[in-house]
Ligand binder design. Structure first.
Ligand SMILES: NC(=O)c1ccc[n+]([C@@H]2O[C@H](COP(=O)([O-])OP(=O)(O)OC[C@H]3O[C@@H](n4cnc5c(N)ncnc54)[C@H](O)[C@@H]3O)[C@@H](O)[C@H]2O)c1
Length: 371
């Protein structure tokens, strides 16, 4: 269980960490999508899990957002309207280098579009920041991902990638059920992303979940991407959340430990995310969206199947709040985070391997090590 999910290890508010954010889009400014419909996005409108960065940071006593940066001044102004009562000294920037020079930032959040994370993160790593929370996917090319990882390693900066579900008690409950041996050694994982389908923007969460439960390195992949995206031998998107601007995909992943996984992410189906994790003794059925799961064990042929619901133990701190808590713990005490740059790189390898395979007619190909 990662430290971020353990209440008793939540870092004490010994000092205040200065946070800067680059990219003031939807995911940063609002608690949930519903909030964008209201004048004051900081006011929750329904009893929902806090999803955005600002709303998550606002729950933490030991952080202060000191700078928000966006190329679009309307977005920084909107952020200020929403959050300056919480952080009155907040300053607005359009140049992230200037923000890093002026604000003595401890933790930088990189929430620019998917293909624009690297330049910001690499520059920030050399300016004295202690931690970088980079949005998912880590990048859209391996060269960019490697630049980020290398810059953070060589400057002693903690790098965390926001595959948010890794900080849910639910995912850990499922993984512990798998690790307990109840279903025997895992043979296959079938994952379905439905409703949404963008391979880099949405698929990254589901492919990361496959990696989280497989606990191994991807070795080979094959895939076919959606029709109309034949030119996608690499990321060719605009970075915006446009369901028609990025392909869905159906893919196969072979891991070093022998696990074989299927990824179904072509959209046009009932919304949700499901995983079936199977071993010789049983299967774990996971509804990742609704956070419910059960384990089936026993002998189907003689009718002795048992079904046990998995109930995640309650934890005070989850998701993005837990990601920041974990980061502060890693800065103060060192250690390995639950969603490091290297973990996130595996997911990107798979996604880029899917594109490579598609270019070769769906052939089984080794996951790429470089672009
Ligand atoms: N973890 C999650 O569940 C989750 C959910 C939604 C989005 N995201 C990720 O968060 C990131 C941002 O998503 P979004 O929906 O907020 O995007 P968005 O397009 O709404 O916002 C991105 C912002 O970055 C700004 N920007 C781009 N380059 C910049 C630069 N050099 N300096 C300053 N600002 C710059 C843009 O002007 C824009 O306002 C993406 O990588 C996305 O995949 C993650």
């Amino acid at each position: 269980m990662p430290i971020a999910l353990k209440q008793e290890q939540t870092p004490m508010a010994a000092r205040t960490y200065r946070v800067g954010i680059v990219g003031a889009g939807q995911h940063v400014a609002y608690s949930s999508e519903v909030h964008s419909l209201r004048d004051d996005p900081s006011i929750p409108v329904r009893n929902t899990v806090v999803a955005g960065h600002a709303a998550s940071l606002a729950l933490m006593p030991n952080v202060e957002v000191v700078g928000i940066c966006d190329l679009d001044p309307k977005r920084t102004e909107r952020f200020k309207r929403a959050w300056s009562s919480k952080w009155p000294d907040l300053r607005l920037y359009s140049d992230y280098k200037e923000m890093l020079r002026s604000e003595d930032i401890d933790i930088l959040t990189v929430a620019t579009p998917d293909h624009l994370h690297a330049d910001v993160a690499v520059h920030a790593a050399g300016t004295g920041v202690k931690g970088i929370l980079c949005e998912k996917p880590i990048a859209t090319s391996l060269s960019d991902a490697d630049r980020i990882i290398e810059a953070c390693d060589s400057n002693g900066v903690v790098l965390t990638v926001d595959h948010t579900k890794r900080w849910t008690a639910f995912y850990h409950e499922v993984r512990e059920a798998v690790r307990s041996g109840a279903i025997g050694p895992v043979g296959t994982i079938v994952a379905t992303l439905a409703g949404r389908k963008m391979l880099f923007r949405d698929g990254t969460h589901v492919i990361d979940a496959i990696c989280f439960f497989a606990e191994s390195d991807p070795v080979k992949v094959s895939a076919v991407v959606e029709e109309g995206f034949e030119s996608w031998d690499r990321y060719r998107g605009s970075g915006i959340d446009d369901q028609d601007g990025e392909p869905g995909a159906s893919g196969f992943i072979q891991f070093a430990n022998g696990i074989r996984a299927l990824y179904c992410g072509t959209g046009g189906t009932f919304p949700g995310t499901w995983l079936q994790i199977s071993g010789p003794k049983g299967q774990v059925h996971v509804d990742a969206h609704e956070e419910s799961a059960y384990v089936m064990t026993g002998n189907v042929e003689v009718g002795g199947v048992q079904r046990r619901n998995l109930i995640a133990r309650p934890f005070q701190v989850q998701r993005i709040v837990a990601a920041y808590h974990e980061m502060i713990g890693l800065i103060e005490r060192g250690g390995e985070g639950v969603s490091s740059g290297r973990e996130a790189r595996k997911t990107l390898q798979i996604i880029l391997g899917f594109l490579k395979s598609h270019q070769e007619g769906g052939k089984l190909v080794p996951v790429p090590e470089a672009d």
